[in-house]
Ligand binder design. Structure first.
Ligand code: DC
Length: 240
């Protein structure tokens, strides 16, 4: 059975701080799909490396750690998990939803994400998840690598300065002391790393809907996508 005959797949790619996480989470909630934050899986790989004292460059050891681990991702549930997180990630029975958000994990994630075998094992896991349920899956390679046959592909982006301003605001609320200029440089550096890496560099596919959120708030972004999905689901039902 081809995937398109069964579960509905929404694939969202885009640069850092474009609002992919929040938009995907809210969209998933609205249409009752599973939100899959693939960045969280690269972060979990980095956490495994840190906890096991493995250097971020040791590809085979990291792959081995991932292969031996149990990784579960779900929408937050119950009062305990309503603490501002976008997704709940259980790694070997432990809730690591916040542990993967440290600067150390963020930095490690961007390093382990350059390793071909790490990407391969995580992409396989992501494909498997999408075979079992309707998903809003978000990352940097979803539209062309993980779910190339997704029902809806979106490249969510925004101007560099606007993305940096949003990130700067997030930092301020978390008490992180950085100037806007520093954040612009940081976002630019992340863009360059994501778009110029050797394996699966981030890009917008020809069949992606390029959604520029520079002039939109998050609710407007979610409403635009949800409207489109509603029409598509009705169409799909008619033809199945
Ligand atoms: O979206 P994020 O910041 O949580 O992602 C963490 C790192 O993983 C980031 O450096 C980009 C990388 N990543 C990736 O290479 N491919 C994905 N599908 C998702 C994230």
């Amino acid at each position: 059975m081809s995937k398109s005959s069964y579960f509905f797949q929404i694939a969202i790619d885009g640069p850092v701080a474009a609002g992919k996480g929040t938009a995907s989470r809210l969209l998933a909630e609205k249409i009752n799909f599973l939100y899959v934050d693939t960045g969280a899986m690269y972060r979990a790989a980095a956490l495994l490396a840190i906890e096991n004292h493995v250097d971020f460059s040791q590809e085979d050891k990291i792959v081995d750690l991932i292969a031996k681990s149990d990784l579960e991702m779900r929408n937050p549930e119950g009062n305990k998990e309503m603490d501002g997180r976008l997704t709940t990630l259980i790694l070997n029975g432990k809730d690591v939803s916040w542990a993967i958000r440290t600067t150390q994990c963020s930095d490690g994630a961007s390093k382990v994400a350059t390793l071909a075998k790490v990407r391969q094992i995580l992409v396989e896991k992501q494909k498997k998840i999408a075979e079992t349920t309707n998903v809003v899956m978000e990352g940097r390679d979803i539209t062309f690598k993980v779910l190339p046959e997704a029902d809806l592909k979106i490249f969510l982006t925004a101007d560099l300065t606007i993305r940096a301003q949003r990130r700067h605001l997030q930092y301020l609320t978390k008490g992180v002391d950085k100037t806007l200029e520093e954040v612009i440089a940081e976002v630019q550096e992340r863009d360059e790393r994501d778009m110029n890496r050797q394996i699966d560099p981030l890009h917008a596919t020809a069949d992606s809907w390029i959604l520029d959120s520079s002039q939109l708030n998050i609710e407007e972004v979610v409403a635009l996508i949800a409207d489109k999905v509603e029409v598509m689901i009705k169409e799909k039902a008619k033809h199945s």
